[in-house]
Design a protein around this ligand. Structure first.
Ligand code: ITT
Length: 217
């Protein structure tokens, strides 16, 4: 069976990826590798940052120090685009609040949600449209090959989920902006709808279905 190494420090992403892929592949995470790489996300797009994460990890795993036996690295770069904010926070979704004071690293979900609500204060319900985007990168771990060769062999899978933003958080499920985001066709947030519904509709679920299609599953 194909083995994927999920190159993320976000445990919620790992959980969702495991749930959507089910038993169709073997999934390993940073926990199994027992190592952390701090990858700088210097790209301007989800696709660039997703590729940077996957290729950096593939370069590391290709020298076989971990002996994990993974065939591919799978990376996820994702975020929220808010129409009333010209597409922000976008690629800065994880560190949205920290941008204000130049802090390094991600901000807490509570800080990011509070900043988003502050910026959207007074924006009427009909104009609070937004979407989650996810770009998955699948990079083969090619032992003895250069990172450039692995970058050239990388494949990308996209998913989008349209919706709108509430004026106050609701629900404790999911992570990130989930307590504020109501997916199109529903009247409750991802924080309220629970993993079964989220993992059918979300940007990540849609990108994972495209990825599964690659193996005809
Ligand atoms: P890795 O880079 O290690 O994968 P990260 O959390 O820093 O973990 P990103 O750079 O891709 O990941 O930032 C994604 C941010 O976008 C995430 O921290 C949330 O704030 C938001 N986000 C992405 N997917 C989401 C989802 O399904 N529900 C809620 N918020 C989400």
């Amino acid at each position: 069976m194909t083995t994927l190494f999920i190159a993320t420090g976000n445990a919620h992403k790992v959980e969702e990826i495991r749930q959507v892929l089910g038993g169709s592949v073997t999934v390993l995470s940073q926990r199994d590798a027992n190592v952390r790489l701090e990858v700088e996300e210097t790209g301007a797009t989800f696709r660039e940052n997703s590729g940077i994460k996957a290729v950096t990890w593939a370069g590391y795993l290709a020298v076989d120090v971990c002996n994990l036996g993974a065939d591919y690295v799978l990376a996820d770069d994702s975020g929220l685009e808010v129409d009333a904010l010209g597409g922000a926070p976008g690629v800065h979704s994880a560190r949205f609040a920290a941008l204000d004071d130049g802090r390094k690293g991600n901000s807490s979900d509570a800080e990011n949600n509070a900043k988003l609500l502050r910026l959207l204060a007074g924006v009427p319900a009909g104009k609070r449209t937004a979407r989650f985007r996810c770009v998955l990168s699948l990079t083969p771990i090619l032992h003895g090959e250069s990172p450039a060769a692995m970058a050239a062999a990388t494949e990308f899978f996209d998913g989008t989920c349209e919706g709108r933003l509430l004026e106050a958080p609701s629900g404790a499920g999911g992570f990130g902006y989930d307590p504020l985001f109501i997916p199109e066709g529903y009247d409750r947030t991802f924080g309220e709808l629970g993993p079964e519904v989220k993992n059918r509709l979300s940007h990540r679920a849609r990108a994972l279905v495209a990825l599964r299609g690659r193996w005809g599953r």
